[in-house]
Design a protein around this ligand. Structure first.
Ligand SMILES: Cc1cc2nc3c(=O)[nH]c(=O)nc-3n(C[C@H](O)[C@H](O)[C@H](O)COP(=O)(O)O)c2cc1C
Length: 166
């Protein structure tokens, strides 16, 4: 199989966040897709080794910050290459609270989600969630995963479900 074929699938770039015992944490993800419109629901794949996986299972609710082409790449890197086990990412990256969950300031929209199901794979948990609130925050163009790779020249760590060994 030519694993490069997976590069032809399209995604956005997001920060998933939650509240664990009064502390905010989260990570960068690309693996979000809408699965139904009534009720609105999404799926999200998170690696077992990510602290966010543990926190999502504890908190049952999360926010999705939808990043735009103008979003700060430092936020993508902080949330995507560092662990909430080691640092408080929301001490570094500015945010606004929506429904008591942090959304990064330069997001172009957000979703508030309630986890309704989980399926385990060998490496990742597939979370199914109902979207209970959401809003467009500005008119900036949402960032695609290919924009992140081709224009920003960003990389993805091994924990991303789309990781391909170079
Ligand atoms: C562009 C990008 C996309 C990513 N997509 C995912 C993803 O969909 N699922 C996932 O589990 N990790 C993904 N990651 C990796 C996590 O963000 C990374 O492992 C993070 O450091 C985990 O932090 P945590 O330990 O605080 O949860 C992605 C990283 C980047 C930079």
């Amino acid at each position: 199989m030519d694993n490069n074929v997976f590069k032809n699938l399209s995604y956005g770039v997001y920060i998933v966040s939650c509240d664990i015992n009064g502390k905010y944490t989260g990570c960068t993800v690309n693996s979000i897709m809408q699965i139904t419109s009534e009720p609105p629901s999404i799926a999200l794949s998170v690696n077992h080794n990510n602290y966010t996986n543990f926190c999502l299972k504890e908190s049952e609710k999360f926010a999705v910050s939808i990043l735009s082409e103008e979003s700060n790449p430092i936020a993508i890197g902080t949330f995507g290459f560092r662990s909430g086990r080691d640092i408080n990412k929301f001490e570094i990256i500015p945010y606004t609270l929506y429904d008591n969950l942090p959304v990064v300031k330069d997001a172009c929209g957000y979703l508030i989600c309630k986890i309704t199901g989980k399926t385990e794979t060998q490496t990742h948990t597939l979370f199914i969630a109902e979207v209970i609130d959401g809003n467009i925050l500005n008119t900036k163009t949402p960032m695609t995963y290919s924009y992140y790779h081709n224009v920003i020249k960003g990389k993805s760590p091994k924990t991303a479900p789309t990781y391909i060994k170079e």
